[in-house]
Structures are given as C-alpha cells and as structure tokens.
Design a protein around this ligand. Structure first.
Ligand SMILES: [Zn+2]
Length: 259
C-alpha cells in the first residue's frame, strides 16, 4: 500500500542498498539523486492528494454501487451566501454538510444554529484557513481545531468530530492531531471547481460528466455563483434518480461526539 510509512521504508532500503553497492562498485550520483527526487515527488503528491490516504485516512466517497451522493460546503459561513444556500436546501428538502471556518463562524452563530436546526451537519475546517495551515506545529493545529469546536459547541451544543483539511492538504502532523482529538478526516471524490470557474453552465456540465454513485461533492458556500449552480445540480440529480444523503448516512459514521 502506497503510504507515508511504506514510502519511507522503501526509500531508506533503496538508499541503503545503493550505499552497500557503492562499497563494491562505484554507483553514479544520479542514482542517489533519482531516489531522493522520487521520494520528494511522492511526499508532495501524498500531501496534496487527500484521496490517496497517504499520511492519514480520509473518507472520500460512499459505496459506488448505491446511487446516492452527498453535498458538502467549505469555507463558510458567509453572511450572505450561506443563508441563500440554506434556502435552496430547504426548498429542495436536501440535507448537506458544512465544513466551517471557525473565525467566520464566530461572527455568525445564528447561521450555525440555522444549519443545525434545519438538519444539516457541521464539521470543522480550521479556525483561520491559513494558507500555510499544513506547516503549523501540532500544538497550533490542535488549538485551531479545539477553538473551532468550541465555537460550534457554544452555538449549537454539538461536539464536532468531522474535519476537512484546508485545501485538502494532509501531513503527518495533522494525522497525529486528528488522532489525538479522535476526529475523522473527510475528503471528497468530486470537486465542483467553483473556486476557479464562475461560468455556471460550464460548472454544471463538468459536474454532470464526472458524477458517479457514492460521490462526496465539494462546493464552497462563499461563492455567489454557486447559488444557481446548486439549484440546477439538485434538479439534475433528481432527474437522474440520485438520492442526496447526509454524510452520516452515506458513510455510516457518527458526526458528533456524544453529549
Ligand atoms: Zn477551504
């Protein structure tokens, strides 16, 4: 299995084998560089590809033989967009998951309460969503996660245990922190690309072409153009007989710690 531990072991064994060989026959420096370069590429790939489960396990999709999907929203709550998203979800009778940023949530406890009251799930997405979150120390990461959990608890009385890593970036430090807090990492299998594209038709076409049963779909509830996209996409899912399930039903997991 391609993961951090196995990669380090394999890389170390390969380098040791080269050193031993070098005693008997001169090994070209390029062989050493090649192994080191391959290791660096793998470590970076593992870090940015949450689906690989390279540094820590992340749940990224449900059963592929069940025509159900789950909708998730990152980077909110946004004072303007999140309520619009909630209106659509209510109108369409759909439940979703919101991976909230603690510093934003602190300013909008009423939105957290509405998310919870209307039957959606709340998970954490760090306190700061700092661009270099993955370079923070374990202590700093843990503090961000605990402060975010506290904000959710104060607003809703719910103890969150789901976490979506900012930018989907994982590393060994985050792995240890999530383990200590008994959190579960949730990734995605279908990215809407709503952070890079604004053209609704293009976004919808892309989603339709890449959609599979069991998908966990990633949206961002701070982008105005996803309001119409979401409406159209839910209509499409209905037409195609997909059921839209809450993440706990899709993955059969618990989403909050016992009260
Ligand atoms: Zn994010």
């Amino acid at each position: 299995m391609l993961n951090f531990r196995n990669t380090l072991i394999t890389g170390s064994v390969a380098l040791a084998a080269l050193v031993i060989t070098d005693i008997f026959i001169t090994v070209d420096l390029w062989f050493y560089l090649g192994i080191v370069l391959a290791l660096i590429v793998l470590l970076i790939w593992g870090s940015i590809r949450i689906q690989a489960g390279f540094y820590l396990p992340s749940l990224c999709s449900g059963k592929r033989n069940n025509k159900a999907v789950s909708l998730t929203f990152d980077d909110g709550p946004d004072g303007l967009i999140t309520p619009m998203i909630l209106d659509i979800l209510r109108e369409k009778k759909v439940k979703a998951t919101f991976f909230i940023v603690g510093s934003k949530a602190e300013k909008h406890p009423e939105i957290l309460q509405r998310i919870d009251r209307e039957g959606h799930i709340i998970g954490g997405h760090s306190l700061s969503h700092h661009f270099f979150f993955d370079l923070f120390s374990g202590k700093h990461m843990k503090s961000e996660l605990m402060q975010t959990a506290d904000i959710v608890f104060k607003a809703t009385g719910k103890k969150i245990v789901l976490f979506r890593p900012p930018y989907g970036v994982t590393n060994p430090t985050l792995g240890k922190v999530l383990k200590t807090l008994n959190y579960r990492s949730i990734g995605w299998s279908l990215k809407s690309k709503d952070t890079v594209l604004k053209d609704n038709e293009l976004l919808l076409k892309r989603l339709k072409s890449k959609l599979h049963a069991g998908d966990i779909i990633l949206f961002h509830d701070n982008k105005p153009w996803i309001v119409n996209l979401l409406k159209a996409f839910i209509t499409y899912l209905d037409e195609e007989n997909y059921s839209i399930e809450r993440i706990d039903d899709l993955l059969n997991i618990k989403v909050y710690d016992a009260q």
